[in-house]
Design a protein around this ligand. Structure first.
Ligand SMILES: [Zn+2]
Ligand SMILES: [Zn+2]
Length: 345
């Protein structure tokens, strides 16, 4: 089979990989990825900035695939031809976090496509226990968004977001927009704050109300909430200005859900945390439950005329075009999600 292998920072090559053509072992499925998203993590890996991605590596952790062969002792009734998504986390099951039931914050957490080979190829072997069947009502392209939407659902759950609450999302990239859609679908009153005009336009096309971050966002937040502040703020930008705005724009006793990762430590106004009794909640990836529930959630969102999650996919490319697409993402030329269409090979 063919795979796009990241051989060194800024170097990807199409290579033949015979090992994934082997028969699946006990509990495994051999699958053929159909669509895979490119995400910010992929840019970091490609640039050699990811702290523990090891090359050579086949990237791609957000994907939909078709089952090709089923190994012995597989539960769940999977058969060749089934469409599935795969929760890509690999946890050690021995560390304190795993033993407490939080395998997604495992001390030795690995992710398919980050620490182990992922979906940018024509076949792969996966653990069937991590596979979830995709219902007929969900298109391939939207199902391929399960991973980023699982992040969004986990963030909303971590924040304890309730219907009718006011939510601010700081950062309008694909994850911020997915949070906006999930929060709005769940009945929250959502604003997405973002500086890039094209991303503001994309947010509007997804049915979300926006705040232009280039135009005194703190004053706008004040006006929109009548000076009270937002019940929940999702900080997705990972930028110092985003943290500052989050502390300012959350209401007394509000919750700030920290989703964005920072290139360098950012100062936080801890006095605001004390004076307003803010809860500043970290949120990382998703649990298996979140991932499984997201498949159902996406089917319901896609069936709701108010939302079209497919609009989040602004670019589609082939496997050969991935390096160029990543270059465009690094240069800020892509507003939404790039989806890789994986043909036969
Ligand atoms: Zn991702
Ligand atoms: Zn662990």
């Amino acid at each position: 089979m063919t795979a796009l292998v990241t051989t060194a920072p800024r170097s990807m090559q199409l290579q033949q990989r015979p090992e994934t053509e082997t028969e699946p072992g006990p509990g495994q499925l051999r699958i053929r990825p159909r669509f895979a998203g490119i995400c910010g993590t992929d840019l970091h890996i490609f640039q050699g900035h990811h702290p523990n991605a090891k090359m050579p590596l086949v990237q791609g952790h957000e994907f939909i695939a078709v089952v090709e062969a089923v190994g012995p002792q597989v539960e769940g009734g999977f058969k060749p031809g089934d469409r599935i998504v795969v929760e890509p986390l690999v946890s050690c099951l021995r560390c304190e976090a795993c033993r407490r039931g939080f395998a997604h914050v495992c001390r030795r957490l690995q992710v398919l496509g980050v620490h182990r080979d992922g979906a940018f190829g024509s076949a792969m072997l996966v653990d069937a226990a991590k596979a979830i069947a995709v219902p007929d009502g969900l298109s391939d392209r939207i199902a391929a968004l399960t991973e980023p939407f699982a992040v969004a659902l986990h963030d909303c759950r971590r924040a304890g977001l309730l219907p009718a609450e006011r939510a601010l999302v700081i950062g309008g990239g694909p994850i911020g927009l997915a949070i906006g859609i999930v929060a709005a679908f769940c009945g929250a009153r959502v604003r997405v704050c973002e500086p890039r005009p094209a991303r503001l336009a994309l947010a509007r096309s997804l049915g979300l109300e926006v705040i232009d971050a280039a135009d005194d966002p703190a004053a706008q937040c004040d006006r929109i909430t009548g000076g009270e502040g937002f019940d929940v703020v999702f900080e997705v930008s990972g930028a110092p200005g985003g943290v500052e705005l989050a502390a300012k724009s959350a209401r007394a006793r509000g919750r700030v859900c920290q989703v964005g990762l920072f290139a360098a430590p950012a100062p936080t106004d801890h006095n605001a945390v004390v004076f307003k009794e803010l809860s500043w909640i970290g949120s990382r990836v998703y649990s298996f439950d979140d991932f499984r529930d997201t498949v159902d959630l996406l089917e319901r969102i896609a069936a709701d005329a108010r939302f079209d999650p497919a609009l989040l996919i602004t670019d589609t490319c082939t496997l050969e075009q991935v390096p160029r697409a990543i270059g465009r993402m690094i240069d800020g030329e892509v507003d939404g999600k790039v989806m890789v269409e994986l043909g036969a090979g």
